[in-house]
Design a protein around this ligand. Structure first.
Ligand code: SF4
Length: 134
């Protein structure tokens, strides 16, 4: 059972932040299909993309880190593949592990200045975002 705030959540990513792209020890996992999409976006071959930008972690495909453990596609707080970023990036901060319990949600609120601002996500909508990640 996940912890979803009963009153919903306001959330809007804040410019010049990129804190979630720089979580130390974190990995950006992606599917083969997402890898293909990103390769097309970068106008390189699928194999070249896999060899240059990905590795295997726990038998799953993940992006390499760039400098300072940040995502390899982060540059000056901008995501270079924003339009085709993986589901993991699209669903932040509504990750299952972030919504494990009230204290894990509190920790994410401290990391992400976008929580509490902008558009309102109802509990049902947050539930659907969680379902996408199953
Ligand atoms: S931590 Fe929050 S505000 Fe910062 S880049 Fe990530 S989603 Fe945006």
């Amino acid at each position: 059972m996940q912890y979803i705030p009963k009153s919903g959540v306001r959330f809007e990513c804040q410019p010049e932040c990129s804190a979630c792209c720089r979580i130390s020890g974190g990995y950006v996992y992606l599917t083969e299909e997402e890898a293909r999409k990103i390769a097309r976006f970068l106008q390189i071959g699928h194999k070249e993309f896999l060899n240059t930008f990905t590795r295997e972690i726990d038998h799953k495909l993940a992006l390499y880190d760039g400098e300072d453990e940040a995502c390899v596609f982060l540059e000056d707080h901008q995501c270079l593949i924003y339009e085709v970023r993986p589901l993991q990036c699209r669903t932040f901060p509504f990750w299952p592990e972030n919504l494990n319990n009230e204290s894990s949600w509190q920790a994410v609120k401290e990391l992400c200045p976008g929580i509490g601002h902008g558009r309102w996500y109802s509990p049902e909508e947050i539930g659907k975002i969680l379902d996408l990640q199953k």
